[in-house]
Structures are given as structure tokens and as C-alpha cells.
Design a protein around this ligand. Structure first.
Ligand SMILES: [Zn+2]
Length: 350
């Protein structure tokens, strides 16, 4: 008995000295007890080892049973505590806002065009952002800050040093990690009342339809035409409004594509991708740092207008911002009856 007690204390002290986690030390105790019980089961009566370890297995069985009871009880308590802690986030799913949320969104709620119903619509909205780079990053930041309840973000890139002069959602310490995880971390740190769903992969035709079906609204901030056309085709097929934008050097453009509301689709306006030689990437041509912030924030504004029904959207208009000369132009764009994607659906929309 004394020998087993000494062994238990020695093991505990060694575990403590080696900074072994509490659970590991408890496991070592359990293993010691099982070992002692095995000695009593396997060895014959009167064996010196049995005598040295108490002589009777029943005593150790009671110890073991007591330990199991304590463990089960602590697990049960842990479960209860977790359930008690949950209401803070569970409150989000109820109809009313918590006092903290009301305070957080007070400057929204006071706006006549948003109000309480608009803020609730934002909370209930599910928005998918394609790309967590230049355009996606500011859009994601503002959507999360504004309290858009569920935000999906899909991107297969990792944060690079050369992204950081414009993609301010990503931090220096996150270089090398997937952009969607870096963005999700920043968004939930800024607003813990929203749910972020990061998808660290490239959007492809295999998953697009399924993914889009989970969301009410799509924002396209991707940096390549293959993805842009796929996003448009999937959004048209699923009848989801699409906010798409693009950037080059000093210029950005943005529009809302919602054929069901009489606007063109992206392919009506840009039926064919331009010659790649004419559209250099940010890496090849450069881009002025705050430009994605301007256009990406506009994407978030348009998203919030669509969700709350405020104002007049950019549907049917292409907004072009020339940062170098500080000029903004808006061009009317129309549905094309020969469009291969939407077949000019916007022409017959009411
Ligand atoms: Zn079209």
C-alpha cells in the first residue's frame, strides 16, 4: 500500500516537474491503478508483490471506481458549464438583439433607410465573398463589422508579403497562412456576433452550385476571368444577385448584376474575356494600395443596400473610379438578348 502510494506521488511529482498536462498526469495515475489491479488478478494469493501492494484487489477496485466517478462527474459539470456559457452567442439566433448588439449597431439603426428591420435583415443575411484579396478583404471587413450574420469566403491563396500594402485585413504575422483563415480571424476578432465560414480552396464548377445555394447574395472579388465567368454563370443559374468588381493600377469598376430585376448579367456587359496580354495582373502592373479599399468598400455598401432594400442599387450601371485623376463615371449597361449566359433575361423582368 505504502509502495503504491509512494509510486503515485513520485509519478505525480515527475509529471509536475516535466510540466505534463493535468490530464496526462491523471492518465498516469489510472495506469498505475490498473497495473496494481492486474497484479492482484494475475498473481496467486500470497505472492510477495500482492502482499507489497495491499494484498487485496478489492481495495484498489474501489479506488479505481471512485476515480471513474469523479471523472464522469467532472465531464458532466464541464458540459453544463459549456451550456451555460452559450446563451451569449445563442442570443444571436433569437429575434431580438442583445444590448451590446443594439449599442454596436446604433448608428445603423438610427438611419431611416436601415432601422431595426434593416439591421435584422443584415443579421439574417448570408453573403458569399469570392476572393479574400484586394477587393474581398475590405468587403469582408465591412460586412462583418456591419453585422451581416453569415459570411462565407472562398479563396485558395495564402497571405504573401507583397499583398500587405493593400490587403489590410491580413497581418504580417499571418504571412504563409490561407487568406480565408487570416480574414476569418480578423473578422470575428472585430465582430464576434457574426459567423464566418472560410473555404480554403479554389471555386470550381464542381462545387459552385452547391455553395451558392447556401447564400442569398454573391460578391465577386476574384482576380481572374475563369472564376469571374463561373461566378456569373452560377449566380444566374441560381437566381442570386451578384456584385462584381475589378481593378487595374489606378482604376476600379463595379456593378450589380441581377437579371431577375431587369439588369444585365456580367456576361452581357463583358461577353468575352479580354486578351490576357491587355489585362496585366496586379503583380505585373501594380496597383495603388487604397484603391481596392475604395472599390471593395463600395461592394459592401451595395451588398448592404440590396439586403436592406435601401436606396437604388448599381444594377444596370457600371461605376468606374479613376483614382489617378479623381474622377468617377457611371455608364448605363443593358441586358443582351444574345447573351449566352442569361439569354437577356433582364429584358423581360418586371
Ligand atoms: Zn447576360
Amino acid at each position: 500500500m505504502i509502495m503504491v502510494g509512494t509510486m503515485a506521488i513520485t509519478l505525480w511529482v515527475i509529471g509536475w516537474a516535466m510540466k505534463a498536462p493535468y490530464a496526462v498526469r491523471l492518465n498516469m495515475m489510472a495506469m498505475l491503478l490498473v497495473g496494481v489491479m492486474m497484479i492482484h488478478v494475475i498473481l496467486p494469493d500470497g505472492h510477495p508483490l500482492r502482499l507489497a501492494t495491499g494484498g487485496d484487489a478489492r481495495l484498489w477496485a474501489i479506488f479505481f471506481g471512485f476515480g471513474v466517478l469523479v471523472w464522469v462527474y467532472s465531464k458532466f459539470l464541464g458540459g453544463l458549464k459549456a451550456r451555460v456559457k452559450r446563451p451569449e452567442t445563442a442570443a444571436l439566433k433569437t429575434d431580438s438583439f442583445s444590448p451590446t448588439e443594439l449599442d454596436r449597431y446604433a448608428r445603423h439603426i438610427i438611419l431611416r433607410e436601415v432601422g431595426g428591420p434593416g439591421q435584422k435583415a443584415l443579421r439574417d443575411a448570408k453573403v458569399l465573398v469570392v476572393g479574400a484579396g484586394g477587393l474581398g478583404a475590405p468587403a469582408l471587413e465591412y460586412l462583418a463589422a456591419a453585422g451581416v450574420g453569415t459570411i462565407g469566403v472562398i479563396d485558395d491563396d495564402v497571405v504573401e508579403n507583397a499583398n500587405l500594402h493593400r490587403q489590410v485585413i491580413h497581418l504580417d504575422r499571418n504571412i504563409g497562412i490561407p487568406k480565408v483563415h487570416s480574414a476569418a480571424e480578423a473578422m470575428t476578432a472585430q465582430n464576434p456576433f457574426v459567423t464566418v465560414r472560410p473555404y480554403a480552396r479554389r471555386l470550381d464548377a464542381e462545387i459552385a452550385a452547391d455553395l451558392f445555394s447556401d447564400y442569398d447574395l454573391i460578391l465577386d472579388g476574384s482576380d481572374n476571368f475563369v472564376t469571374r465567368y463561373l461566378v456569373n454563370e452560377t449566380a444566374v443559374a441560381a437566381d442570386k444577385p451578384l456584385i462584381a468588381a475589378a481593378l487595374t493600377q489606378w482604376e476600379g469598376q463595379i456593378s450589380v448584376y441581377e437579371p431577375a430585376k431587369g439588369t444585365p448579367c456580367y456576361a452581357c456587359v463583358f461577353p468575352k474575356p479580354p486578351d490576357p496580354a491587355l489585362v496585366p495582373s496586379c503583380a505585373e502592373a501594380g496597383v495603388i494600395g487604397p484603391l481596392p479599399g475604395v472599390i471593395g468598400s463600395m461592394m459592401a455598401v451595395e451588398a448592404m443596400k440590396l439586403i436592406t432594400g435601401a436606396g437604388e442599387s448599381l444594377g444596370g450601371r457600371l461605376l468606374i473610379y479613376d483614382a489617378l485623376y479623381a474622377q468617377t463615371r457611371t455608364i448605363a449597361v443593358k441586358p443582351e438578348p444574345d447573351c449566352k449566359v442569361c439569354k437577356g433575361k433582364g429584358l423581360t423582368a418586371t
